[in-house]
Ligand binder design. Structure first.
Ligand code: GLC
Length: 417
């Protein structure tokens, strides 16, 4: 099939396939592989120029504990996440599943078992959708680089790659997301045979969502380490590290605070996007306590304020609601959610709302708020003097309007148009 026809066909089935994902909002990324043993970032093999023969030894010394994926899934569930994506093979080339394509895999080496199977089982147990990350780039496969220059090597490498994808799409029941990464060193989707590969994936998994990293736009964009909306109408998911490294890296001390995670969720929601937040488990599979602590708090916050982020939301921002200084918005139908992260005290003034407010309340517990709305100003009164959110200092105020909310402030004190 030619590329244009392929892209057209998947666009037609996308709205139905992607509906759950667009309501899910929040997922857990898991980067786990041999590199966890070194604890110096998942790019350590490349950055430190570790020879293949030396790096390979890590396959024999890796002995994770029993079923750590259950711990990740339990944490994801508690954190309010709705899906998980795990590295089945990162750039290092070590396969976490029992593959026939190479013996360099978790079942035949140190772990002695299929870690992808454990991941899938854990997701199902905790009712989370399942995503497979797969790095096209491969530093271990003898043809992984040679394929760029040698046609026979390219054929062998593509057969290997397609063999891996076929197994992942065949052996684990229903899989929800195929998350490709780094398409080095081949320079075009034709060279990668991406249409053929992804058509095969879709035949095996008709409901699957595929990301944009096999050199085709596919179902969704993947801004990395920044939460930035793609153009309207295009689905997107920001993937973010927790501490600057995807793989386990205990020497990276700057963990994102709970407030920042909540703010990323708000930005994602406002742009109708998703947030895929990473954990890099330790070699034994346990989650770094810094991640557990923060995700637990995020989950407690979401348990009270989830309505402001889950579900089919509208695009906030320019033309609908404005940039504010005490907080920011998400919107859904006739409601607006004001995520107040700088609590002003007993009174909060919001300017420029052009739609009629019917009701104001604290989202977390439904406490009604008295208010006065004039042409230019909404004054919320008798608020608690201190920020009522004990978890993160982010209080969501829900406003119900008589129609979809519109706020216009202009740049001066008079609207010019
Ligand atoms: C980058 C990195 C990789 C990481 C990925 C996640 O492409 O190369 O290590 O897995 O981002 O998005």
């Amino acid at each position: 099939m030619d590329q244009e026809t392929y892209l057209q066909q998947i666009a037609e089935t996308r709205p139905e396939r992607i509906a759950w994902w667009q309501e899910a909002r929040f997922g857990m990324f898991v980067h786990w592989g041999l590199y966890a043993q070194l604890g110096r970032h998942e790019w350590v093999m490349n950055r430190e120029r570790i020879p293949v023969a030396e790096y390979e030894k890590l396959a024999a010394t890796w002995h994770p504990k029993e079923r750590p994926a259950r711990e990740w899934a339990a944490l994801a569930k508690q954190a309010g996440m709705k899906y998980m994506v795990m590295t089945t093979k990162h750039h290092e080339g070590f396969c976490l599943w029992d593959t026939k394509q190479t013996d360099y895999n978790a079942a035949k080496c140190g772990p002695g078992r299929d870690l992808v199977r454990e991941f899938v089982d854990a997701c199902r147990e905790f009712d989370l959708k399942i995503g497979f990350y797969y790095s096209l780039m491969d530093w271990h496969h003898p043809d992984g680089a040679l394929c760029a220059k040698d046609e026979a090597a390219r054929r062998r490498f593509l057969d290997f790659t397609q063999g891996c994808v076929r197994e992942l799409m065949s052996n684990y029941g229903k899989i929800d997301i195929l998350w490709y990464d780094v398409s080095w060193p081949l320079r075009s989707p034709e060279a990668w045979e991406s249409v053929t590969m992804n058509t095969m994936a879709r035949e095996l998994q008709p409901h699957i969502l595929i990301n944009n990293r096999s050199q085709l736009p596919e179902d969704f964009g993947t801004p990395e380490e920044h939460v930035t909306a793609e153009e309207e109408g295009r689905a997107w998911e920001a993937c973010m590290t927790f501490n600057g490294s995807w793989g386990y890296m205990p020497i990276a001390p700057d963990w994102r605070p709970v407030r920042e995670v909540i703010d990323m969720l708000r930005t994602a929601t406002a742009g109708q996007g998703n947030l895929l937040l990473n954990i890099g488990p330790k070699p034994d599979g346990s989650v770094p306590p810094e991640a557990t602590e923060r995700l637990t708090a995020v989950g407690q916050w979401i348990a009270k304020n989830g309505e402001a982020l889950y579900g089919q939301v509208d695009r906030a921002g320019r033309g609908r609601v404005e940039f504010m200084v005490t907080g920011s918005w998400t919107i859904k139908g006739n409601s607006a959610y004001y995520w107040c992260h700088r609590w002003p005290g007993s009174e909060l003034v919001i300017g420029g709302l052009r739609t009629k407010v019917l009701k104001a309340s604290l989202l977390a517990d439904g406490t009604p708020i008295t208010f006065e709305q004039t042409e230019e100003r909404l004054v919320l009164k008798n608020l608690p003097h201190f920020d009522p959110d004990p978890i993160a200092g982010v209080t969501v105020i829900k406003l119900d309007f008589d129609s979809p909310p519109v706020q216009r402030l202009g740049a001066g004190c008079v609207l010019l148009d």
